[in-house]
Design a protein around this ligand. Structure first.
Ligand code: ATP
Ligand code: MN
Length: 462
């Protein structure tokens, strides 16, 4: 094939020059000896219009082009008289590369529901909607690395197969090489994992945090960005069984220091999208989320609010709202509570800190009051929790006691206590669900529409 130019790189410097573009036909319409081909190659939201005249020798073929056909177009870049596009291509040659049998192609011109598109997950990346979402997803992932790399954080890849259960929640996928039809048993009749591949029971990780702590206590500032797995059977619009998580971990940093970084981080990645993806965001706003740009600009400019859990409970109790889940000190906040606080009460992103120890993980730093821990959840409008984090317990004595209470003492975690035995320092970190971020920035209602092939209860297709 000759030179490949992407549609997004067409600019005024190329005016009146001849270029070769490859892509797929989104639509073709004709009028008196002229065909207007909307060409798409995934590099921008709108593609580009190519105008083909009947003088072209294969005009008969061109006039029958159907949606989804792949073509190579050579033509001159000219200013477009049409509204909403700066340039178009005056085709000198239109060559069909791969036909698309018109009537059978599932993506027709008319809009399709997002539910239907999930059933054709191998074709939906070609739609306007998924195109916008995945260009945003790509930019967000770049912006995340860029933010941390600019600040000298080390990118660390923690393992996916693990014998730890970082959350102590037990909603994990087991990994085994044993023959499930013929399981080895110990004298008590339990499965004998000493015969399994790793000589012990292992699972897919729910978080890279414990490994990240190890690296933070050697490299000071680190982050992970990798897949995590949860076998929680929650069929919601915000949960996946396989999702990507970003987990920064910072030594010599307390909760307050982390709050500052988290806000800077969220504003940075949203700012990059606002700068680079006006077309995508405007499209998504028109189609799915009427206040998308306003909300993103607001978050980018406003200062986040901070409240303690105890203050939040008080506010919820005095709110006069009737919640489905009753509010009292000690409850795990539900999405309805989180959304009331951020959307109706402070009307901006909200850092909620100092949660009751009972509802948080064992590794969170105990506060002086003895009842709460130095935890932080960042709540966003429309979504509720987007980030969950904490200062970590750095006292050997307190951590050992809490691990004992949680039944976690023993060889599996002794290395974790070593971090407190040898040169312990205050350190803090958080976990951000990548798809929750993409969901928020794109305005998509369902998390299944922001990951290439969603894994959810009852479905691992494609
Ligand atoms: P939730 O209460 O929403 O289930 P969580 O408290 O279980 O979240 P954490 O264990 O704190 O979540 O995980 C850190 C982050 O990972 C969350 O803030 C969220 O952004 C994301 N996250 C957690 N579970 C899922 C999931 N099943 N699918 C997608 N993202 C998730
Ligand atoms: Mn959860």
């Amino acid at each position: 094939m000759t030179s490949r130019l992407r549609i997004s790189s067409i600019n005024e410097k190329l005016l009146n020059q001849s270029v070769t573009l490859n892509g797929w036909v989104r639509t073709r319409r004709g009028s008196k000896g002229i065909s207007f081909i909307q060409l798409y190659d995934g590099s921008n939201q709108n593609g580009i219009q190519a105008v083909a005249d009947e003088v072209l020798e294969n005009y008969e073929e061109i006039s029958k082009l159907t949606t989804g056909t792949s073509v190579s177009i050579i033509g001159k870049v000219v200013e477009s008289p049409a509204k909403g596009q700066a340039f178009e291509i005056h085709a000198e040659e239109v060559r069909v590369i791969g036909a698309s049998s018109g009537d059978l192609y599932p993506l027709q011109k008319k809009g399709h529901t997002l539910e239907f598109l999930r059933e054709i997950a191998h074709l939906r990346p070609r739609t306007n909607t998924l195109g916008a979402v995945f260009r945003l997803r790509n930019t967000l992932s770049w912006a995340i690395h860029s933010f941390f790399q600019e600040r000298d954080f080390l990118y660390v890849q923690t393992p996916i197969i693990t014998a730890n259960d970082a959350e102590g929640a037990g909603e994990m996928f087991h990994v085994t090489a044993l023959d499930l039809e013929n399981l080895p048993r110990n004298p008590e009749g339990k499965v004998d994992y000493s015969k399994d591949f790793f000589g012990t029971d292992v699972s897919l990780t729910v978080s890279g945090q414990l490994g990240a702590e190890v690296f933070a206590l050697a490299f000071t500032d680190v982050y992970t960005f990798g897949p995590t797995f949860r076998a929680e059977n929650s069929n919601t619009s915000r949960h996946l069984a396989e999702f990507w998580m970003i987990e920064p971990e910072m030594a010599f940093t307390d909760l307050q220091g982390m709050l500052v970084l988290t806000e800077e981080f969220l504003k940075y990645v949203i700012g990059v999208c606002l700068e680079r993806h006006e077309e995508e965001l405007e499209f998504l706003q028109k189609m799915y989320e009427p206040k998308l740009l306003e909300t993103l600009h607001h978050i980018h400019q406003t200062q986040f609010e901070t409240l303690t859990y105890t203050e939040a409970i008080d506010i919820l109790q005095k709110s006069g709202e009737s919640f489905e889940f009753p509010v009292k000190w000690g409850i795990d906040l539900q999405s309805e509570h989180e959304r009331f606080l951020t959307e109706k009460h402070v009307k901006k992103p909200l850092n909620l800190i100092d949660y009751p120890a009972e509802i948080k993980a064992f590794y969170m730093k105990q506060n002086a009051d003895g009842k709460t821990v130095a935890a932080m959840d960042v709540l966003f409008p429309r979504l509720g929790e987007i980030v969950g984090g904490s200062q970590r317990e750095d006292s050997l004595e307190t951590l050992s006691r809490k691990m004992k209470e949680h039944g976690l003492l023993g060889e599996t975690y002794d290395w974790y206590l070593d971090l407190r035995r040898f040169g312990s320092v205050p350190h803090s970190g958080f976990g951000l669900g990548f798809e929750r971020l993409v969901q928020f920035v794109s305005g998509m209602k369902n998390i299944r529409d922001v990951i290439p092939f969603p894994r959810v209860p009852g479905n691992a297709n494609f």
